[in-house]
Ligand binder design. Structure first.
Ligand SMILES: NC(=O)C1=CN([C@@H]2O[C@H](COP(=O)(O)OP(=O)(O)OC[C@H]3O[C@@H](n4cnc5c(N)ncnc54)[C@H](OP(=O)(O)O)[C@@H]3O)[C@@H](O)[C@H]2O)C=CC1
Ligand SMILES: C[C@H](O)[C@@H]1OC(=O)[C@H](O)[C@@H]1O
Length: 255
């Protein structure tokens, strides 16, 4: 139980990586506030709430577009009201509507940056303000990506947001270190979720991605649980400003 007594707030908790991490945190003893857009299947959140309640942990959820700069603060306020405070904030919500560069619609570009980076910025700020008020430090984790380090032809709107999140964690580590608030980035590789279901449905793309991974398989959302719990826990008490690739070795695989 690495997170016993900790109160975790996570965005994008209804599906994929966020859902797995939320459940993993609860299994490690945390109470959890689940953020989601409200556009997903209502049963997804209800089922997750039940899975967490069965573990004997407190759980609450709040729907809101993370691209709205007030959503992060609302999530944090909800956690204070229902869980009693915030010890860990995990910025995970994100989108990647694959599209070519030359005819990228402005709306797609702005929506991606607003959801993945601007929303995350204000949510991290709200979490840090609450942690400062509590006076006991805390842990902030941004789900960035291997895409912070390398590009993608159909991801020119997306990769800058992931590089931005990595940079945000580095600067926040400096800004918030004196408050005992640790800030780190998780860099997943290719993890099978709804975000890339269509992209990976192409058998050529799928086997190309798979063949690039030394560990020989695409990632699953559960592969992110251990790294997230570690960074959230006191085991990582001297880790801040760090980035952790969780990619089966894809990034280092030149040939
Ligand atoms: N899968 C991968 O290969 C990789 C993913 N990542 C990152 O991991 C994170 C999670 O992605 P993943 O689990 O794969 O994707 P999913 O599509 O499975 O889940 C995305 C989550 O983000 C939420 N979300 C999306 N838009 C908004 C919004 N405007 N407001 C609030 N919540 C929103 C969704 O909520 P709802 O269900 O309510 O719509 C959902 O919970 C993203 O930041 C992604 O960039 C990084 C590297 C690789
Ligand atoms: C959505 C993509 O499959 C996924 O997102 C990322 O951040 C990774 O780089 C993958 O390309």
């Amino acid at each position: 139980m690495l997170l016993a007594g900790k109160r975790v707030v996570i965005t994008g908790a209804s599906r994929g990586i966020g859902r797995a991490i939320a459940l993993g945190c609860a299994r490690h003893g945390a109470d959890v506030m689940l953020g989601h857009s409200g556009r997903s299947n209502e049963d997804d959140i209800l089922t997750l709430r039940q899975q967490i309640e069965v573990l004997g942990r407190k759980v609450a959820d709040l729907a809101g577009d993370i691209g709205d700069p007030d959503t992060g603060a609302a999530l944090i306020a909800g956690a204070v009201e229902q869980l009693g405070g915030v010890d860990v904030f995990i910025s995970n919500a994100g989108i990647c509507p694959f599209h070519a560069f030359l005819d990228m619609p402005r709306e797609t570009y702005y929506r991606t940056v607003n959801t993945n980076l601007n929303g995350a910025y204000f949510a991290v700020q709200a979490a840090a303000r609450q942690m400062q008020q509590q006076g006991e430090g805390g842990a902030i984790i941004a789900v960035s990506s291997i895409s912070a380090l390398v590009g993608g032809a159909m991801q020119t709107h997306y990769t800058p947001t992931k590089a931005g999140l990595l940079s945000l964690m580095q600067s926040c580590a400096i800004a918030l270190g004196p408050l005992g608030i640790r800030c780190n980035a998780l860099l997943p590789g290719t993890i099978e979720t709804d975000i890339n279901r269509q992209d990976l449905a192409d058998p050529h793309k799928r086997s190309y991605m798979q063949n690039r991974i030394p560990l020989g398989r695409l990632g699953q959302p559960e592969d992110l649980v251990g790294p997230a719990v570690f960074l959230a826990s006191d085991l990582a008490r001297y880790v801040t400003g760090a980035s952790l690739l969780v990619d089966g070795g894809m990034y280092v695989n030149l040939q």
